[in-house]
Ligand binder design. Structure first.
Ligand code: GUN
Length: 296
């Protein structure tokens, strides 16, 4: 059996550290980390995510604001709210839950967030900082993957990482993190996407396979070589009449088919998922403590 990479365990360890450091920051410097969360509309998955983020803030002793606006909220109102938070010294991190309703321009809202409060790491300034290896906020899900590899002492130096998916939230940033000349990186990285004629040709070469494609159970055993490390970023809701909720969560990787060939693998749920919130909290803490500097 492979190592089952336990994101719940690793995330709770990180959250414990942040809780202790937050208490110290409060008592020594009088600073309480503050996170502003914005949700527009009623996307059920987004509602769940924002609630979990709010709960994490409470559990860590953070200050938080949750603004839940209706689906038809004008774009201008969203931009004004971000501006207000940009100027609020109690707020160290701003998160606009995606996806946004179609009439609100996602890029405009991302650009509006002050880079030094962009704890999601989506602002082009933070993305550029990642690419050229400068300090800045790193996107939470990819940062969580790096933490998982570190925790399980999975060496990336000189390893071939194959990333399936080129999203701005996961695929592009994880690729950029892992090829950096830096600790816990230094990998040889291939990015695959929908234009690959035969995806297997690439994924079979992976020492570490990161899948963020948004397609339930589509990576099967014939896509991987023996001894692979599999990081499944997919969170897909599929119908399940036997479950109370009427759905169950599955990854992009067909776990039962792939696990027997793997050295280590993340389950869904309980793998990468819990890491995203832990890294969001870590970014917010780092913003409050001033440990990430934006000076040249
Ligand atoms: N929607 C799905 N993942 C994320 C995320 O990491 N941050 C935000 N803001 N929205 C998301």
């Amino acid at each position: 059996m492979p190592i089952i990479i336990d994101g719940k365990l690793v995330s709770s360890k990180i959250l414990d550290e942040i809780r202790a450091k937050t208490a110290e920051l409060k008592s020594q410097k009088g600073i309480t980390p503050g996170l502003a969360l914005l949700l527009v509309g009623n996307n059920p998955a987004s509602l769940t995510y924002v609630n979990s983020k709010r709960k994490a803030c409470t559990e860590l002793g953070f200050y938080s604001i949750v603004e839940h606006l209706t689906e038809d909220t004008p774009e201008e109102k969203v931009l004004n709210l971000i501006e207000e938070w940009n100027n609020d010294p109690k707020i160290h991190g701003i998160l606009v839950q995606l996806p946004l309703p179609k009439h609100i321009n996602e890029l405009k809202t991302t650009l509006k967030i002050k880079p030094s409060k962009d704890v999601d790491g989506f602002h082009p300034e933070n993305f550029g900082r990642l690419v050229i290896g400068l300090p800045g906020f790193r996107p939470c899900t990819p940062a969580g993957i790096v933490e998982l590899l570190k925790h399980y002492q999975i060496d990336t130096f000189g390893k071939h990482v194959v990333v399936v998916g080129r999203s701005n939230i996961v695929g592009k940033p994880i690729a950029n993190m892992l090829y950096q000349k830096a600790p816990n990186a230094n990998a040889i990285v291939t990015i695959c996407h929908t234009a690959a004629k035969d995806l297997r040709q690439y994924t079979r070469l992976a020492d570490i396979l990161v899948v963020a494609a948004g397609s339930p159970n589509f990576i099967t055993s014939d896509f991987v070589k023996d001894g692979v490390v599999v990081i499944d970023v997919g969170i897909n809701r599929i119908e399940d009449s036997s479950s109370k909720k009427g759905y169950k969560l599955v990854g992009d990787v067909d776990f039962n088919s792939v696990a027997p060939k793997a050295y280590a693998i993340t389950p869904v749920p309980g793998g990468v998922g819990p890491m995203t919130i832990a890294m969001l909290m870590k970014n917010t803490y780092l913003s409050a403590s001033g440990e990430i500097t934006y000076e040249a």
